[in-house]
Design a protein around this ligand. Structure first.
Ligand code: KDO
Length: 330
């Protein structure tokens, strides 16, 4: 007995010490869930976040990054955060719109003009009012807005697409929520819900005819391998938001809050810069690979999409004057 007891206690003592404070519960756990694939900028940006936080606050945080929607499925992140099962995510305006109607203005095609306009809107008083509502109604603390890219249409076989009428009957994959489907139908197509992970096979086998995503995401997901044509509709200058559960935010000291915000902003800068730069280069690369790149009558798409939204319940749910303030922002 005695001979067994001594080595065991020694082992336990050594074990506890080897584990160190990280596993003694002293670090703040930050679990991150994203549907992004590893080669996309808004996946890589989480490593930037983790590294800059570890540098600013050594040993204080335990950032765990889960890519490809493996921890929570795409769109389920806000609920997981509200329930205390997840601390961080890059949340889409489409998901925030379900509880904060004003966010749906960012899901409406052809409202945000370009990346510069997007940053002016999201980093100014309009953004502040949106983030306050996300905190009050969803318990989410927005740390930094992201440029996801400008969404273009991708087709599995070539087709003449000039106006929305040319998309009649085209099975267009959209992410799985009614806000996304509304946008797909507003473009003139027949929108179909499908998760991001199923799009490659869907295009290859023909269960869908088309998808919409920014060019860097096509490269990162390899959708370009199964697309024949990119139609430059430029229908949505898309945003995501680096978000932390309010409860976690409130539990941080003011110094920790500053460090977390700084790390999120560094991650956002990394994402935005790479994505903007890549968007200027990818069309040439895709053309060289043999994809047809066509420019439709963008004004016709803008007119149809804007008219569809302005007659919808979404437009009726926007705060009075919000659209005008967004249009005036620069
Ligand atoms: C997509 O599924 O098409 C989409 O681009 C929708 C975005 O809101 C966002 O969820 C994005 O996927 C993921 O971050 C993966 O890139």
């Amino acid at each position: 007995m005695r001979r067994l007891f001594l080595p065991l206690s020694l082992l336990l003592f050594l074990g506890l010490n080897l584990m160190g404070p990280a596993h003694a519960g002293s670090r703040v756990l930050l679990r991150v869930s994203t549907p992004a694939v590893s080669d996309d900028w808004h996946a890589k940006m989480w490593t930037v976040f983790k590294e800059s936080l570890d540098k600013q606050a050594p040993g204080e945080f335990d950032v765990q990054i889960h890519l490809n929607g493996t921890l929570f499925r795409q769109g389920a992140e806000p609920t997981a955060m509200a329930r205390g099962n997840l601390e961080m995510a890059s949340v889409s305006a489409f998901d925030l719109a379900r509880q904060v109607p004003d966010f749906s203005i960012l899901t409406a095609g052809y409202v945000i003009r370009d990346p510069k306009h997007q940053q002016a809107v999201l980093n100014g008083p309009i953004g502040e009012s949106l983030y306050r509502q996300a905190s009050e109604r969803m318990g989410l603390h927005v740390l930094a807005p992201l440029y996801l890219g400008t969404r273009q249409l991708g087709l599995r076989s070539t087709r003449k697409v000039q106006t929305p009428a040319d998309l009649q009957g085209v099975k267009l994959r959209m992410p799985s929520s009614k806000e996304w489907l509304f946008l797909g139908n507003a473009l003139g197509a027949s929108a179909m819900p499908l998760s991001l992970g199923e799009v490659y096979m869907g295009l290859k086998t023909g269960t869908i005819d088309a998808e919409d995503n920014p060019l860097p995401t096509l490269r990162a997901t390899k959708f370009n391998e199964v697309l024949a044509q990119i139609v430059l509709t430029q229908h949505l200058v898309d945003s995501l938001f680096i978000t932390l559960a309010d409860k976690t935010w409130q539990g941080l000291s003011p110094t920790q809050q500053t460090k977390v915000r700084d790390a999120a902003q560094a991650a956002a800068r990394f994402n935005n810069e790479h994505r903007l730069q890549e968007e200027t280069q990818l069309l040439e690369a895709f053309k060289k690979q043999g994809l047809a790149v066509t420019t439709p009558d963008v004004a016709a798409f803008r007119q149809k999409v804007q008219a569809t939204y302005s007659h919808s319940d979404y437009a009726r749910s926007w705060s009075v004057g919000l659209l005008d303030r967004i249009q005036a922002a620069q």
